[in-house]
Design a protein around this ligand. Structure first.
Ligand SMILES: Cc1cc2nc3c(=O)[nH]c(=O)nc-3n(C[C@H](O)[C@H](O)[C@H](O)COP(=O)(O)OP(=O)(O)OC[C@H]3O[C@@H](n4cnc5c(N)ncnc54)[C@H](O)[C@@H]3O)c2cc1C
Length: 493
């Protein structure tokens, strides 16, 4: 705290809404709030010194989306670039343009990390504890509604398993989340550990400059090639008003995505055959697709990886990249020894081994003096927690673009706020209306990063409104058009 006056100002400051996080979701939330609930006082508190979240944090070579920008973009802001699978900097500019064009950037308080939030029913407000700046000065804001847009992983560090012998290795080891510009891989032997979205992005991006890149994976992932540019979208954009072209392309991609997901779930053998046929087409019949690109699970039991313009496959064909499916026995001074007995020489090892999931930006939540353990709660419509009043969490889909869901959650929250204002209501709390409701894991996804953390997540119920739909059409009906009043949502003055 700087001065007593500062203390008094922050201590007594009240906002109608406090948004936590200035990433894709937080800036989208602010846009919806300004658009649908004009006149509400609000601020965005952001732990970092810059906006954009994920798209500012990650700086590794080739950083890009792995969904198309017509569905990863906001519903209200057409994506105008020719590339549908976009580079990280283009996505960051898009988010920041929305923030500056709508005056949202002026509402962001940088270097403000929320560490705790306490709800008081008598006051019908949250008191939010914030650590400000590198010296972590404590400040406080009170608000009527707390809107969490803090993403889903720990910004401090990614996930790296313990590998034996790392201390012996003479080269450099880096996690993609900690990539810095000084990392030199020109003419170097690079090993990328992992087979997820980050690995398949990094590997072809580093290949042209590196001496050689090896993608070392314990087990394969389904990899699908898709053109980086969407020719239908680009044609529509040339012929139709931009908003209409964007809307049509967005729906086209939503429907195609839903169709393919349903195909994977209902006819996994057929979907698997289609995906593997695509891989064989690019890699040729002499390549061991069975070993390196055929997972043990069915498509969409884990996230599929997308490679724009088949860049990974082309780098493999050009022999700039090799894929090794094996397990690490130990690091050595010069590289990695594998369980099969073979060895990989390396100057640089990139551990694309995933994110460390984190809920609610690491903050603690208390309701009327009782600490809330999210794992004990049930998620209401996949966006609020049982017995936690005036509180919403924006999160995206595991099987489709994040923003499809984020936009719907934002619309719902704004409807809720307007309903409460119109009816003089101060508190809305989802309460479990059926004590026999089955408690199911938050998501049914076998990916390692989900499985490592799923116990800490809220649970979902077996029925509406406690069931989490990984389905845009169902969420559209429930969040955009569904009634705000149901047996589970308790409003009070
Ligand atoms: C490399 C990478 C690629 C991805 N590609 C795709 C993709 O192609 N398609 C897709 O759908 N999804 C993708 N995702 C998921 C992606 O995170 C989301 O699409 C989206 O960017 C999430 O936005 P967000 O604003 O909710 O969270 P984030 O981008 O994580 O932003 C959260 C913000 O909240 C701030 N914050 C966190 N905790 C606190 C706190 N306690 N106090 C204050 N501020 C806090 C953070 O500093 C950050 O700025 C990708 C993720 C990664 C890591």
């Amino acid at each position: 705290m700087d001065t007593l006056a500062d203390f008094a100002r922050t201590d007594s400051e009240y906002l109608d809404v406090l948004i936590v996080g200035a990433g894709l979701s937080g800036i989208g939330a602010a846009w919806h709030l300004q658009d649908t609930c004009p006149g509400r006082s609000y601020a965005i508190v952001e732990a970092r010194e810059s906006s954009g979240g994920t798209w500012d944090l990650f700086r590794y070579p080739g950083i890009r989306s792995d969904s198309d920008m017509y569905t990863l973009g906001y519903s209200f802001r057409p994506w105008k670039d020719a590339k549908a699978i976009a580079d990280g900097p283009a996505i960051l500019s898009y988010i920041r343009e929305v923030a500056s064009d709508h005056g949202i950037d002026a509402r962001i308080r940088y270097g403000h990390r929320v560490v705790a939030a306490r709800w008081s029913t008598p006051d019908a407000r949250w008191t939010v504890e914030i650590e400000q700046g590198p010296e972590k000065r404590k400040t406080r804001v009170t608000c009527g509604f707390l809107w969490m847009c803090s993403g889903y992983y720990d910004y401090a560090a990614g996930y790296t398993p313990e590998f034996p012998g790392v201390e012996r290795f003479k080269g450099r080891i880096v996690h993609p989340q900690k990539w810095t510009e000084d990392i030199d891989y020109k003419n170097k032997k690079v090993v990328v550990i992992g087979s997820g979205a980050t690995a398949v992005t990094l590997v072809p991006a580093m290949a042209p400059e590196a001496a050689h890149v090896t993608m070392l994976q314990r087990s394969p992932t389904y990899v699908v090639a898709r053109p980086a540019e969407d020719s239908i979208a680009n044609r529509l954009r040339r012929r139709l008003p931009i908003g209409l072209a964007y809307g049509l392309t967005r729906w086209k991609n939503v429907l195609l995505g839903m169709y393919f997901y349903q195909l994977c779930k209902r006819r996994p053998d057929r979907a698997k055959a289609m995906i593997l046929k695509g891989v064989r087409y690019f890699l040729g019949s002499d390549y061991d697709v069975e070993k390196h690109f055929t997972p043990r699970y069915n498509p969409w039991d884990q996230r599929l990886c997308l490679v724009p313009d088949a860049d990974l496959f082309r780098a493999i064909r050009a022999r700039q990249v090799s894929v090794v499916t094996d397990q690490i026995e130990t690091f050595t001074e010069t590289g990695i020894r594998l369980k099969s007995g073979s060895a990989l020489e390396a100057d640089l090892v990139v551990t694309a081994t995933g994110l460390a999931l984190q809920l609610l930006g690491g903050m603690t939540v208390e309701v009327d003096g009782k600490i809330i353990n999210p794992a004990d709660t049930l998620a209401y419509k996949g966006m609020m927690y049982s017995d936690v009043p005036n509180f919403a969490v924006v999160s995206g889909y595991t099987n489709a673009s994040w923003t499809l869901k984020a936009d719907l959650v934002c619309e719902y929250v704004c409807r809720l706020l307007n309903h409460m204002q119109k009816n003089g209501l101060r508190q809305c709390t989802p309460r479990l209306d059926d004590p026999d409701m089955e408690r199911l894991p938050w998501v049914d996804f076998s990916s390692g990063y989900i499985q490592r953390a799923v116990d800490k997540f809220p649970k979902q119920g077996a029925r509406r409104p406690w069931r989490l739909h990984q389905n845009y059409a169902m969420d559209l009906m429930s969040l955009r058009y569904g009634s705000l009043r149901d047996k589970a949502m308790v409003f009070s003055r």
